[in-house]
Ligand binder design. Sequence first.
Ligand SMILES: [Zn+2]
Length: 273
Amino acid sequence: MLWKTDVGRFTVYGIEDGWMLRDPLDFMPDSDPAVWSRHPEFLTDGKLRVSFGCFLIVSPDGLAMIDTGAGPAPTSAEFAAGQMPAALQALGVARDDVDVVVHTHLHFDHIGGDVLAGEAFFPSARVMVHQAELDYWFGLDTDAGVRVRDHLGPIGAQIEGFDGDTQVLPGISTTETFGHTPGHVSVGLISEGRRAVVSGDATHHPLQASHPDWNIFADLDKRQATATRRRLFDELTGSGTYLAAGHYPRPGFGTVEVHDSVRMFVPAPVTDL
Ligand SMILES: [Zn+2]
């Protein structure tokens, strides 16, 4: 999946690095089977297709990648990844052209594309990660922590920790949306009065617009994740701000609106490439 749309003077490209098929109740243990049964449009043979989406923002002041997908990995009937580099090539974007990479957090499906064959995939980019996220993963004495540190080793000198809400490029800035992980951020875009939010893993599925208390198995602090998700959807509802959500069914780009007293995610038209 590769699509584009404009947000003011920015061009936003949605890139699907891969996807996985998951049982919806395993993926979202808090979710309600009765609700899924009323929404067959989200399931294929009973499975949820979870996209690994990342976003390229082309701005007048530079190119920013928001997350980099899951990276090369063995493909199976229920998992595919590593398609981001071919998407950039199709767009005519060289690896050197990317000025900054922002990571919403350091889970494997968001940092996999940072390193290819042991080398930085974006050699000229600053790589921005919230300091609380770095502190968590670099202090984690588990296999998961070791995997993250080993993976990021080749780009250690490019990584910049930051605190609070921080400008990435003019009109592009981070917002703390903690809960899924301790230093999780979303990324806001504003240009010529148009706004968008790349939400990272603050939300994983459109049904969370009406069920913000549905956490996913990987939300590390479920109470905080729910509070953050409620705040995100409250801020978006009726605002006209676009939500760009990498794990949503494609294109994962739309607005949050209330129809017949139900809050829902409404996909916006994008140009398929
Ligand atoms: Zn994720």
